[in-house]
Design a binder for this molecule. Structure first.
Ligand code: BGC
Length: 780
């Protein structure tokens, strides 16, 4: 106590002589030494510096020299208190900064394009994802960045979501666990992450105006759960609030979301930043616990300052937000004056990227032993523009400025296959012509008026016929790209267009007539329609958007160098109309209330109601017996696995239960298996999905005949669902079935246990209540 008094006298004394310095004096003393104006500037970023674009409210305040050109933003520096500016940069698939500075290409700043999130999630391998994170974080640190704006983990509510490639899964356990692994990996480098977009940001249409109307239960179980897992397991330095409203309040202005749930219920200790220009009312944002407003405008700082002066905002609340930012700045490389090299180990990272890409590719179909290529396969006829131009990752802030990307044609050639020259020439000529017709635009222009994706080249019957005889196999690449600002379309995007369908038909006709196989490689970021054409071809490899080494990684799988072990973390439905959110995506617009927003963009108020409730993805298909094309958890291997000996630690639940199962490689080549644990609950007062994923694990590389025993542990919260009437998580009594499977429908082993009495596993606050009634889907 005495010691404290002495300290405070000393600081009081210092304030008159020298200002306290961050890291030397307690944060409280730093905050106390800040002027109101300085506080208002610290909670507002330094502005947005894009060539040809200034912030809407004119010149920005407190402009520091941007340290890292092309980074998304910086915070305000206060040298007199030892507070440096920190740099935040996109994004989830790799560092996104300007690769060339001052037109000097003698030194470049390219980064590794990692495989996109949908691919990483399909690996179901948290140690692999952590490994990627460790390498990724090294690039963040060596490029002088303090916080990377990722990973992103919104739920794949609908396949048309434009940013699904940036997100992991339709299931919150997969999304949360993979996020936690990525955060741990990145942050092990002494840099921070920003998990985003918190929360229920599941569409791009009207992203800044849409009111997401969703039940408390669906929010808690589906849309918040992944964030909760990530926050509790990996302590991300920052969280990014989303653009949308939830039940009538902007997420960045929601005390219930950012303080009651995130901090009080989950114990979150980092800071929250807005998405870029997100929300409307800076004072409400500060009051809600949204510490930092990005990228920041002078107008926001002024409003905050005025609010304190008028008494509308308690300065103590502002102080808490400031302190939250300072706690993180204290850990940052900028604060530690880290001498970054601008020379991350890109060569080593490219190898990690290639390896990771092979781990998350999913073999969807493999008839006639089409894959892996046998020793007799040397000559390959490669069709489809994406065979020659890889889509390494998606667009927008989730894009990465990479030095190169390896096309499938390049990957096949590098592995010693002969890619048919005549076919290749027809595609490369076509691509060149198309590029001349649609020259590349600047970032902003592209964002406002995107160039339509290059259409597929018409298959030339004579060429295909002539080359079928000359080659050993046909490979067809189908590509899709999307990104922020726009959702995907049903026609010519989710569904193949006519040219693509014709190409598949023509190629299969000619190659099959000569008894040669046809394999399709899907170079896509999100789910597409495969139902209409899959029966015609022999093999389908879902390669996702595999990062800059994509062509090599795809070849590793096609050639059998790597045995595929990825499984779907989102369902491929039989038809788009079967998607539970299809009739509520992207919701309703109110054009009569439209206003003009930033950069002259029309802002149309909108709302979307999550009528499907908790029945998202497999939770819906399994419960309502809706057939799908490829189910959640599905993926083939070049070998086969057997599951034996499922044993529960007890037949009654008492605190926890463990489930052990042995997996054996029964095939002829080494391989890895993703083992999934689903739990079915007894019927009770709460509606329950037929089954829910409660655990997953990937085996090591099992040699033929070798086994591995996997142990899962179920805790009380794994049995519980959110009961809106009591705002608590309850597990109802009765018989639970543990199902261990190779996918959500391929259950290999099952066992039951009994829960004798109802358990209340957690009591929460009654918050984020919908303002209108929702006609929510229920199982009768
Ligand atoms: C995106 C964020 C991104 C930010 C900064 C926003 O438009 O929604 O995901 O991190 O821009 O570039």
């Amino acid at each position: 106590m005495l010691c404290l008094v002495v300290l405070s006298i000393e600081y009081h004394g210092f304030a008159q002589k020298a200002a306290p310095q961050l890291g030397k004096a307690p944060i409280k003393a730093i905050v106390a030494a800040m002027t109101l104006e300085e506080k208002a500037k610290l909670v507002v970023g330094n502005g947005f510096h894009m060539p040809g674009l200034s912030t809407p409210s004119g010149p920005t305040i407190g402009q520091t020299q941007d340290k890292v050109p092309g980074a998304a933003g910086t915070t305000f520096a206060l040298p007199r208190l030892g507070i440096p500016s920190i740099v935040v940069s996109d994004g989830p698939a790799g560092v996104r900064i300007e690769p060339i500075r001052n037109k000097d290409s003698s030194k470049t700043y390219y980064a590794t394009a990692w495989p996109v999130a949908t691919l990483l999630a399909s690996s179901w391998d948290t140690s692999l994802v952590k490994k990627v994170g460790v390498a990724f974080g090294q690039e963040v640190r060596e490029y002088g960045i303090d916080v990377i704006l990722g990973p992103a983990l919104n739920i794949h509510r609908n396949p048309l979501g434009g940013r699904n490639f940036e997100y992991y899964s339709e299931d919150p356990l997969v999304a949360g666990s993979i996020t936690a692994a990525m955060v741990k990996g990145i942050q092990s480098n002494g840099v921070g992450t920003s998990i985003k977009h918190f929360a229920a940001n599941n569409q791009e249409t009207d992203r800044n105006t849409v009111n997401t109307i969703v039940s408390e239960r669906a929010l808690r179980e589906i849309y918040l759960k992944g964030f909760e897992i990530a926050v509790k397991q990996s302590h991300p330095w920052t969280v990014m609030s989303s653009y949308n409203y939830i039940n009538g309040t902007y997420t960045s202005e929601s005390y219930d979301l950012l303080t009651t749930i995130l901090r009080k219920e989950w114990g979150y200790k980092g800071f929250v930043m807005t998405d870029w220009f997100g929300g409307k009312d800076p004072v409400a944002q500060i009051k809600s616990g949204n510490n930092l407003l990005m990228p920041g405008t002078a107008d926001q700082a002024k409003k905050i300052l005025d609010a304190v002066n008028s008494g509308a905002l308690d300065e103590k609340v502002l102080d808490e937000n400031v302190a939250g930012i300072l706690e993180i700045i204290l850990k940052s490389p900028a604060f530690k004056s880290y001498k970054y090299s601008d020379k991350p180990n890109l060569k080593q990272d490219a190898a990690v990227s290639r390896m990771a890409a092979t781990e998350g590719m999913v073999l969807l179909k493999n008839d006639n032993k089409a894959l892996p290529f046998t020793k007799a396969i040397h000559k390959i006829a490669l069709f489809g523009i994406n065979g020659y131009e890889l889509i390494a990752g998606g667009t927008g802030s989730g894009d990465v400025n990479k030095a190169y990307s390896i096309s499938l044609a390049q990957g096949l050639s590098a592995a010693g296959y002969t890619v048919d020259a005549a076919v290749k020439k027809s595609y490369t000529d076509y691509i060149t012509e198309e590029k001349i017709k649609h020259p590349k635009k600047g970032f902003i222009e592209e964002f406002m008026h995107p160039t339509p994706p290059m259409t597929e080249m018409q298959a030339n019957n004579e060429l295909v016929a002539a080359r079928a005889g000359e080659n050993d196999i046909a490979v067809i690449a189908i590509g899709r790209n999307a990104g922020e600002g726009r959702d995907r379309k049903l026609e010519a995007d989710y569904n193949l267009d006519e040219t693509e369908t014709m190409m598949i038909k023509t190629v299969t006709n000619f190659f099959h007539s000569l008894h040669k196989n046809v394999v399709v490689v899907l170079n896509i970021g999100g789910v597409i329609n495969v139902s209409d054409w899959k029966d015609g071809v022999d093999g389908i490899l879902l390669a996702w958007q595999p990062g800059l080494e994509g062509g090599n990684a795809i070849t590793d799988i096609l050639s059998g160098k790597v045995n595929p072990s990825g499984k779907l973390a989102s369902t491929f439905p039989a038809s788009y109309n079967d998607v539970p959110s299809a009739k509520n995506f992207p919701g309703k617009e109110f054009p009569e209330k439209a206003v003009t927003g930033m950069m002259g963009m029309k802002m149309i108020p909108a709302e979307v109601t999550y009528e499907e409730g908790i029945y998202v993805g497999y939770r819906y298909y399994n419960t309502f017996n809706v057939p799908v094309t490829y189910e959640f958890g599905y993926g083939l291997s070049y070998t086969s696995f057997n599951y034996t000996g499922l044993k529960l630690s007890s037949t009654s639940f008492n605190g926890k239960i463990t489930a052990k199962v042995t997996v054996t490689n029964t095939g002829k080549v080494a391989g890895k298996e993703v083992v999934q644990l689903y739990l079915s609950a007894p019927a009770g007062k709460l509606n329950k999905p037929a089954q829910e994923l409660k655990g997953f694990a990937k085996t090591g590389l099992l040699q033929p005949g070798k086994s591995q025993t996997i142990t899962f542990t179920l805790h009380p919260e794994d049995l519980a669902s959110f009961d809106e009437s009591s705002s608590s998580w309850i597990a109802e009594p009765g018989t639970y079935t543990v199902k261990i499977g190779a996918s959500s429908s391929k259950i290999n082993q099952a066992a039951t246990f009994i829960l004798a009495k109802e358990l209340v596993t957690e009591k929460d606050n009654k918050v984020l209540v919908p303002q209108v009634s929702i006609n929510e889907l229920k199982k009768m």
